[in-house]
Design a protein around this ligand. Structure first.
Ligand code: EPU
Length: 420
């Protein structure tokens, strides 16, 4: 199993290019099942989760083609099988995103029920109940969600009990080919939902209200071929900016979007960073200063993203003062805390809040990654440690960060991958 070995103490300096957003690319790949015409997807990140989604399409008889510019073309007209097997769903919960497209286009789908994971129980009851409200017949048996519909799904007025990102995406995709109008209330406003909606509109869907909490979809007969470029990854962008702030560095993230990172940039300013932005770049300069601790509370967009709290915990662990981080989206997203304490951090968990007392420096130790964003936070902890840190189980990081050690090396970090 691969490990990352990090020798801390270097301030990150330089420029990096941000990849396409994993959490847009996954639903956009699933949306190719909505049309028998060819969809070209550009700016896909090179990530393990993307490979898994392509493999999932392959299991169904759909063979995506990768062209010379690493764009992917998908033509789903060769589909033969309408199921997502447990072997793939257990490695990537986002496999649930094929449920809505398969059901609305082919009238049937079987998707393994995702279990709990390292960050919480993560049920999919809201995906199921919304599709049932649209006329789907759904049973959960033998560990599978077995869905079918007699004829077409029909538009419905759906009120989501909780803001759910993939739930909103699944229902939005299903509604594009349903009969009549669907209104999703309390819809997720995340930029990745907007990116998917924009891709669907390019395919001919009729959608309005994306980016607000009410999305209206008027079903159409068919969707058609299109070419779509995935938006930049805001979580990857934020992770590098936080790493630079924690190491008192100065970096520029290119090919990104400052407009979808406002809550994070405002926290980085509170940390003491000077931030400059252009249309597609963000520059952060700490002027060699130690960061100040910040407090934050996660919540659905546009509030502070749950996918970036672990990285701020790493930053707070070496900051001036005390910061508290409250997680309101997932019930168990503090696994990294115990690993950071093994590195000399002073962090305590009180319910859904962690209180971090900043120390002068962490001390390198062998640590274990438990999920994708926790892995990123342990790498940041390694970068601010006095000696060597090894991060084990880094297959988690390869699910969501493209070439992380190469990008960090290009910023001056001393990090390398070893196989054990
Ligand atoms: N929830 C339910 N029932 C449902 C759906 C969700 O109770 O049917 C609960 C969840 O258990 C959670 C909350 O609602 O407590 C929000 O979950 P959501 O459904 O929004 O999460 P998701 O769609 O499964 C996506 C991202 C996550 C990100 C969350 C929150 C993708 C593929 N995944 O997950 O990304 O943390 O939204 O923003 O888009 C990551 O990239 O590391 C990651 C975990």
């Amino acid at each position: 199993m691969d490990k990352l070995i990090i020798k801390g103490g270097v301030s990150l300096k330089g420029e990096i290019r941000i990849a396409g957003a994993k959490n847009s690319a996954l639903p956009i790949l699933a949306s190719t099942l909505l049309t028998h015409e060819t969809v070209q997807i550009c700016n896909l990140p090179h990530l393990y989760d993307i490979t898994t989604m392509i493999e999932l399409l392959g299991c169904m008889g759909v063979q995506p083609i990768i062209d010379e510019k690493l764009n992917v073309e998908v033509n789903s007209s060769t589909i033969q099988d309408f199921s997502a097997p447990y072997e793939l769903v257990k490695t990537m919960r986002a496999s649930i995103l094929v449920l809505g497209p398969l059901l609305t286009r082919y009238g049937k789908a079987e998707v393994a029920l995702p279990g709990g994971c390292a960050i919480g129980s993560r049920p999919v009851n809201l995906h199921i109940s919304a599709l049932q409200a649209m006329g789907a017949d759904i049973v959960v048996e033998d560990g599978y969600i077995k869905a079918s519909v007699d004829g077409k799904l029909r538009g419905a007025h759906i009120f989501m009990d909780l803001v759910t990102v993939t739930g909103t995406e699944n229902v939005m995709m299903a509604a594009t080919l349903a009969k009549g109008q669907t209104i999703i209330e309390n819809a997720a406003r995340e930029p990745e939902v907007v990116d998917l909606a924009n891709c669907l509109v390019t395919m001919g869907a009729e959608i309005s209200g994306q980016g607000t909490d009410t999305i209206v979809i008027d079903g159409v007969e068919d969707l058609k071929s299109c070419s779509y470029s995935v938006m930049p990854d805001r979580i990857e962008t934020g992770t590098y900016l936080i790493a630079a702030a924690a190491t008192r560095g100065h970096i520029k993230a290119k090919d990104t979007r400052p407009d979808i990172l406002e809550s994070v940039l405002s926290k980085l300013e509170q940390v003491g960073a000077e931030i400059k932005v252009g249309e597609d770049w963000i520059e952060l300069d700490m002027h060699d200063k130690r960061p100040n601790a910040v407090s934050l509370r996660t919540a659905p967009y546009p509030a502070f993203p749950t996918d970036m709290q672990a990285q701020f915990t790493a930053l707070n662990s070496v900051a001036n003062g005390t910061g508290s981080i409250t997680e309101t989206v997932f019930e168990n997203r503090f696994m990294h805390v115990h690993e950071m304490n093994r590195m000399g951090a002073s962090i305590r968990v009180e319910g859904n809040t962690v209180i971090v007392d900043g120390v002068e420096a962490l001390k390198g130790a062998p640590v274990m990654a438990t999920d994708l964003r926790a892995s990123a936070s342990l790498i940041i902890a390694g970068l601010v440690s006095e000696n060597e840190t090894s991060v084990d189980r880094i297959y988690h990081i390869d699910r969501g960060y493209e070439c992380i050690e190469e990008k960090l090396q290009s910023l001056g970090a001393q990090i390398r991958r070893v196989s054990s």
